[in-house]
Structures are given as C-alpha cells and as structure tokens.
Design a protein around this ligand. Structure first.
Ligand code: NDP
Length: 279
C-alpha cells in the first residue's frame, strides 16, 4: 500500500476548515502569525505555502518580515508584542535565524499557549508527560498517516532513524505513547542495517538521499520516509530507497506526496486547537 499523504492532508485541512467555520460562526476568528527573518530562499517558499494553506481553511494569517540584520532584542520584542495580541492564536518563527540570534532563546520566548510549531520546551515536556499541548507538526502528521493506514503500533518494534528535536525525538515519544517498543538510531549507531531489519515500523528522518537501503527493510514492515533530499540528478527523493523498500514493505510513504503535505496540515490543526483552547 502506498500511503497517500496528499489525500490525508486534504482530509485534515477539510476538518480544520470546518472547525474554523464553526468558531467564526460563534464570533471568533483564528489567527496565525508567521515571522520570517531575512531572505533565506527555502524559508520564503515554506512561508508562502503556509500562508496559502491558512487562507484555504479560513485562518487569518499575517507575516512579519524583519531584515536579516535585526537584533535578538528587537526580535524578542516583536515576539512579546505577538504574545500579547489577542487576535494572534498561533505564532511561528521560521527557522533558520541569522547567526546573531539564538534560535533556542527565540523559540522559548514564544508563549507556550501560542506555540503553533510545538517546539517550546514546556510543550515538549507536555508531550513527554502525556499532557495535551501542540505537538511538533511533522511527527504529529506521521502519526495521522499511520492511523489512516490502520497500522497497529501496540507491541510493535518501531525504529526512528534521526534524533532531531523537530522530528526524531518527538516521533519516538509519540510512538512510545501508542505502546510501540521504540529504538532511536542516529549517526553513531554502529549497525543501522541490523536495526532496520528488526523494525516493524520504520520512520526515517535523516536528511541523506536514499541512505536506508530497501534490502534492509523487514518484509511486511511499514515504512515512513520523512526525508526530503535532492539526489545527484536534482530529483526530490527520501531517505529510503523507494522501489526496493516498497517491494518488501506492507505500506510505504512516497517522496514527494507522503509526509511532506502533512506538516502544514498539522500546523493548521495546532493553530485551530490553540484558538479553541483559548476559548
Ligand atoms: P537533522 O539534520 O536535524 O537530523 C538528522 C538526524 O539524522 C540526526 O539525528 C543525525 O544523527 C541522524 N543521522 C545522520 N546521519 C546518519 C546516519 N548515517 N545514520 C543514522 N542517523 C544519521 O534533520 P531533521 O530531523 O530536521 O530532518 C531530517 C529529514 O527530514 C531531512 O531530510 C529534512 O529535509 C526532512 N524533513 C521533512 C519535513 C517534512 O515536512 N516532510 C519536515 C522536517 C524535516 P546525529 O544526531 O547523531 O547527528
């Protein structure tokens, strides 16, 4: 089975649009503010897509676009103004930030009650202690894909390759919460092939084109490929060798069209949930 992230993301967006319309009928608009510092070209594309997605579901989005020379103090004061603005339900500061600014300091300055990305340490703590809070969008989207594909996680061996704060670690927590036995592999894992061969559910979030070989995949495993990489020919590929992995897997996500569309959909979900929590 090819897990169709585009279709599932469209379903999430339709659910969000219904919730936004319901809130609007009760007199509440939902607002997301995006802060994009400087002229990183990839950030410009991501932010444009997020703003377009907001418009499609009826979320009011605003963009602040300070110059790359902004000081950390100035950026913190912008975040403080947004924290205090009742029309703003979600705040997202697009990473990366220029060198003079500590990303961690800025992310920690966002009110946890407006943390649309789910990156604030308070919300990360909520995730690890089982409390409701906004969740990191990409792993949250992966869980939705697994649910839509009716993948039973209880008692299964799940392997997450990658341990970043935005994907690998929260992903491992979400799988653990659903009673999988979870292993996290990273760049110092000595025998990745052996770890992959044991996994009933594999989530690859490495950032290296096709580094997880299809032949390593356990027959019947579920493979979720978070990676988005350009190969030597400039083609967008995942972290997993798709064709040989698909031949062994019971279900797999393609790249593009798998996890990618889910990330923005879950950002919209987080934003509307923050607005509902405020009510
Ligand atoms: P990071 O670079 O932050 O983390 C990569 C992780 O992979 C690190 O934990 C690193 O280990 C590990 N790693 C690197 N080399 C190896 C190796 N040889 N064997 C095992 N593990 C290894 O990346 P992100 O988590 O931000 O992103 C991962 C991928 O997911 C990227 O391709 C990115 O583009 C994509 N992505 C896609 C999104 C989407 O919406 N579809 C959203 C976010 C990311 P160590 O910690 O030891 O260095």
């Amino acid at each position: 089975m090819i897990i169709d992230g585009k279709a599932i993301a469209a379903q999430v967006r339709a659910e969000v649009a219904r919730d936004v319309a319901e809130l609007k009928a009760r007199g509440q608009m939902v607002g997301l503010t995006v802060v994009r510092v400087g002229e990183d070209p990839a950030s410009a594309v991501y932010v444009r897509n997020k703003i377009k997605a907001c418009a499609e579901v009826g979320i009011v989005s605003t963009e602040h676009h300070p110059d790359a020379s902004i000081s950390q103090a100035e950026l913190l004061s912008l975040v403080a103004r947004l924290n205090a603005d009742p029309a703003v339900h979600g705040i997202l500061v697009q990473l990366p930030l220029p060198k003079q600014i500590s990303e961690q300091v800025v992310l920690e300055a966002i009110s946890p009650q407006k943390d649309a990305d789910g990156f604030h340490p308070f919300n990360v703590g909520c995730l690890w202690t089982g409390k409701p809070a906004p969740r990191a969008c990409t792993p949250f989207g992966v869980m939705r894909l697994l649910d839509e594909a009716r993948v039973e996680l209880k008692g299964k061996h799940a392997l997450v390759v990658g341990r970043s704060n935005i994907v690998g670690k929260p992903q491992a927590c979400m799988l653990l919460e659903r009673h999988a036995t979870v292993t996290i592999a990273h760049s110092r894992t000595p025998d990745l092939a052996a770890e992959v061969a044991r996994a009933d559910v594999l989530v690859a979030a490495v950032g290296k084109a096709e580094m997880v070989k299809g032949a390593w995949v356990k027959p019947g495993a579920v493979v979720i490929d978070v990676g988005m990489n350009r190969n030597a020919e400039g083609k967008l590929v995942g972290d997993v060798e798709f064709a040989p992995a698909a031949a062994r897997a019971s279900a797999i996500t393609p790249v593009p069209g798998g996890v990618g569309p889910m990330t923005i959909a879950m950002l919209l979900r987080n934003t509307v949930d923050l607005a509902k929590a405020r009510r």
